[in-house]
Structure formats: C-alpha cells, structure tokens
Design a protein around this ligand. Structure first.
Ligand SMILES: C[S@@+](CC[C@H](N)C(=O)[O-])C[C@H]1O[C@@H](n2cnc3c(N)ncnc32)[C@H](O)[C@@H]1O
Length: 201
C-alpha cells in the first residue's frame, strides 16, 4: 500500500465509482444539514473526486478544494468543468497545511477522511487557523458500526471497523483546538456530521 502520496491518511482511499454515488445520492441534503449556505467561502478538505465539491460550488460563493492525490484532483476538476462551474480553485496539498494553502473561509467541510488523520488535534488547529471569526467546521464521519453492518449495493463498505469514530470521540479530539462544538446531525444511513464553530480568541 505504498502507492499513496506521503502523508496520505490511513483508510481514506476514494472508492470506485458506483456505490459512493448510491450511498451519497443526495449530497445537497448533507450540505444543508451541516450548514453550508449561499454566499460562503468554503474549503472542501480532502475533496476526493469532487462529488461534494460540485454541489458546494453550486451553493457557495467560492470553493477551495484541497486533496493530496493529484489524480483525484484531476477527476474533480473535470467534473466541475463539465458542469460549467467556475468558482472553485483546486489545490493539491496536505490537509495539515490548510491554513497556509487557503485564505480564510466561512466553512470547512471534511467528509470521509477525519477517521484516518493521525494527529487530529493538529488538524483541528490548522482548520481553526483557516476559519474566519465566526467560521464553522463540519466533519462527516462513518458511525462506529462494524463494517459488515454498513453494506451498500450488497457489500460491506467504508473504513475498517477499528478506524471508525463515535460522535463523542470526534468531539473530544477537536475540543482543545479553539473550536467549540455546535451540533451533531444524523446523515442516514451510516453517517453523522459533527459541527464546530471557531471560538472568538
Ligand atoms: C474517502 S475520500 C473522500 C472524498 C470526499 N471528501 C468525499 O467524501 O466524497 C478521502 C480523500 O482524502 C484524501 N486524503 C488522504 N490523505 C490526505 C491528506 N493528508 N491531505 C489531503 N487529502 C488527503 C484522499 O486522497 C481522498 O481523496
């Protein structure tokens, strides 16, 4: 498994097309639930092949997509270009460098990657530094259920059971970073969103 770029988060491979689209049939509803709104400057952190990026770009003022995998970034670029979207900038880079790579944002959206981050406090601090005063951070994670219990299109899917995090573990790992917990939203069938806001100082 060493054909990943250095720094690649464990268990965050983008799945082959097919079941991902079946699982995330309504990405707009996910974005609405976690609080992405018109007029925002949004960072899509670990953006993958752009399945969510496209929908974020349709809502937001501007989007910055960051992913460590240049090939996936090309897929995302093509996806948005084919839809005639022009308000998204794509940066190949490491999520830990988000504050250096991005201007300040109203919202950082991170789906299906936080479970693989080795130093979550470091990542959360970097996200905080990339947020405007009132900015929000949403982490979309698989629920901590055994992998066999999260089938899509007839097969167990998602990260290994031992990598999955409960909402409490997610909140706990972000708490000391200068971000305040706001809410948990359910994203059926298998996910939740944990939303944080930047605290004033
Ligand atoms: C499972 S995919 C999810 C993609 C997208 N967020 C979604 O939900 O459709 C996880 C993504 O994280 C990216 N990734 C892994 N390690 C990373 C890192 N250190 N910095 C930035 N992106 C990373 C992978 O390249 C992959 O595209």
């Amino acid at each position: 498994m060493s054909d990943h770029p250095p720094g690649f988060f464990q268990g965050t491979e983008m799945p082959a097309a097919g079941w991902w689209e079946a699982l995330w049939a309504d990405p707009v509803a996910v974005l609405r639930e976690v609080g992405v709104q018109p007029g925002m400057d949004v960072i899509d952190l670990c953006s993958g092949d752009g399945w969510f990026t496209l929908q974020i770009a349709k809502i937001a003022r501007r989007v910055l997509a960051i992913d460590i995998d240049p090939d996936l970034m090309d897929v995302a670029k093509r996806r948005l270009m084919e839809s005639g979207i022009g308000n998204c900038v794509f940066v190949v880079g490491d999520a830990y460098d988000v504050a250096r790579l991005a201007g300040s944002a109203d919202f950082v959206f991170m789906a299906n990657a936080f479970h693989g981050v080795p130093d979550r406090a470091r990542l959360a601090k970097a996200v905080r530094a990339a947020l405007k005063g009132n900015g929000r951070f949403a982490i979309v994670n698989w629920h901590k259920r055994p992998r066999e219990e999260t089938p899509v299109l007839g097969e167990p899917r998602g990260p290994k059971t031992e990598l999955r995090m409960s909402p409490e573990e997610t909140i706990e790992s972000v708490m000391d970073s200068g971000l305040e917990f706001t809410k948990i939203v359910e994203l059926p069938p298998y996910h939740y969103g944990a939303v944080f806001k930047r605290s004033p100082n």
